[in-house]
Design a protein around this ligand. Structure first.
Ligand SMILES: Cc1cc2nc3c(=O)[nH]c(=O)nc-3n(C[C@H](O)[C@H](O)[C@H](O)COP(=O)(O)O)c2cc1C
Length: 449
């Protein structure tokens, strides 16, 4: 099935020195890059030059590695990270169009914190803020917040659902035109347009109102990345776009249909939730050049790091690196991601070493190594097969891989009329083609409390 031109959406996922586990070891990556906001600004500005919809920072509220294995820990650059909202606030002041997506946990925050911070970023950026809603799966995070173990799965997701509803409600504390600020009469806001939330639920008791007005986007956007039915339900009820990590067009299509199929029961239509699978592109002016760039990175992977990247599958250190993956009995807290990794090894008959090399490049996403035409062919195929509304491009190394994508792949996508040449609007919502959320007092929705 063919789609209308110009509608593919692109996010750029930025982390550490790039998604590839060895990116920080490339000679051109400066020391302390992780801690330098201007290092990320360079990639954000390149993405804006390429007319990307948004940049995205993943996050956790812990060093999520095994603290007991110092050999591995000492080789892991992700132990230090800037906090996404703080970083995005700095980037907001030096960019004009690009959306700013930050991750924050529903398990280790209160809804009022999140509603206020993302609304602030939306005001500061002129309507470019989005929240990646995560429930936080790791032990390290639990132990930083007074717990011995992570909250069990069902409780985490039940809390997250209520959390999202409260945040929606707080964002609607005031109608759009509440703040009249009439200097003559002394009336700052119209009291009829204030709506005090008064939420009393299983997990939260939040009076409101939020001490911030509706934002340039009406409210910030919400992103979700859960694959499980519980994660999909939150996406269907509350999110504007989802990040996924499927590896085949068939799996992508199945997920696309399943999530979009859940929207109707929440009074929403399929165009209101965009599905953006993750892709790690390594692009060259020829296929050979791309393979050479990839090889240069793969050679830098330390085997100790390689094995740690498979930690979701358990401790594999007793098994030969060049032998097959043993049977997996316990999939842990990130079961759906662990299963995807395992499936990949079984499908392509990969040894443990080959599996970690594949993961190192992509952290569970698809890796595309090739020329601009080859990468564009792949993205076009997924888009036209309705396995994706666009892509979350996870740059393997920064800023070089962003420049390559912008200089080589974007023009190819534009030539095929799959991608914009200019931003359509001023807010992230407008650029993504999502409707403005009318205040529930004028259009009743589930978010009306
Ligand atoms: C593309 C992508 C990005 C994610 N980013 C984060 C993140 O920044 N922080 C986090 O704690 N979890 C992150 N996750 C994990 C998800 O929020 C979720 O915990 C995981 O996908 C398992 O969800 P499920 O149990 O609903 O399948 C991400 C997952 C994906 C696929």
């Amino acid at each position: 099935m063919s789609r209308r031109p110009g509608k593919l959406r692109l996010g750029l996922s930025l982390q550490h020195a790039g998604y590839h586990a060895a990116a920080w070891r490339l000679p051109e990556v400066p020391r302390h890059a992780n801690l330098d906001w201007q290092y990320y600004l360079r990639s954000a500005q390149a993405a804006e030059r390429g007319k990307f919809d948004m940049i995205f920072f993943a996050d956790g509220v812990a060093v999520r590695e095994n603290l007991d294995d110092r050999e591995v820990l000492a080789r892991t650059p992700s132990v230090v990270n800037l906090e996404p909202l703080t970083l995005l606030s700095a980037l907001a002041t030096h960019t004009r169009h690009i959306g700013l997506v930050g991750t924050a946990s529903t398990t280790y925050n209160e809804p009022y914190h999140i509603a206020r911070k993302f609304a602030s970023l939306d005001h500061i950026s002129g309507g470019r803020a989005a929240w990646n809603l995560v429930t936080s799966w790791s032990l390290g995070e639990a132990r930083n917040f007074g717990r011995d173990t992570p909250l069990d799965y069902d409780s985490r997701y039940a809390r997250a659902r209520e959390f999202a509803r409260v945040v929606h409600g707080l964002w609607n504390s005031w109608e759009d035109d509440a703040f009249v600020e009439d200097k003559q009469s002394g009336l700052f806001f119209d009291p009829d347009k204030l709506h005090v939330l008064g939420h009393q639920g299983e997990h939260f008791s939040v009076q409101g109102p939020l001490n911030l007005s509706r934002t340039p986007q009406g409210r910030p956007l919400i992103c979700q990345a859960g694959k499980s039915p519980a994660g999909q339900e939150i996406a269907a009820e509350s999110a504007d776009f989802v990040f996924t990590a499927d590896h085949s067009i068939e799996d992508g299509q199945a997920y696309y249909r399943e999530v979009k199929g859940r929207l109707a029961q929440h009074g929403r239509h399929p165009g209101q939730l965009l599905i953006l699978p993750g892709v790690v592109p390594i692009v060259g002016r020829s296929e050979q050049e791309a393979q050479d760039k990839f090889g240069r990175l793969q050679e830098l992977i330390d085997p100790k790091i390689g094995l740690s990247l498979l930690a979701l599958l358990g401790d594999l250190s007793a098994y030969p690196l060049d032998g097959p993956l043993p049977p997996i009995h316990d999939y842990g807290e990130m079961a759906s991601v662990a299963r995807l990794i395992e499936q990949r090894a079984r499908k392509d008959n990969l040894s443990i070493r080959q599996l970690y090399q594949a993961i190192a490049a992509s952290r569970g996403h698809r890796t595309l190594v090739g020329s601009a035409e080859q990468v564009a062919d792949d993205l076009q195929a997924w888009f036209e097969a309705e396995a994706a509304d666009g892509f979350n491009i996870a740059a393997p190394y920064l800023p070089g891989a962003v420049d390559d994508f912008v200089d080589l792949v974007i023009p190819e996508l534009q030539r095929r009329e799959l991608f914009r040449r200019e931003y359509e609007g001023t807010t992230l919502r407008q650029n993504l083609g999502l409707d403005y959320p009318e205040h529930p007092r004028s259009t009743p929705t589930h978010a009306d409390h």
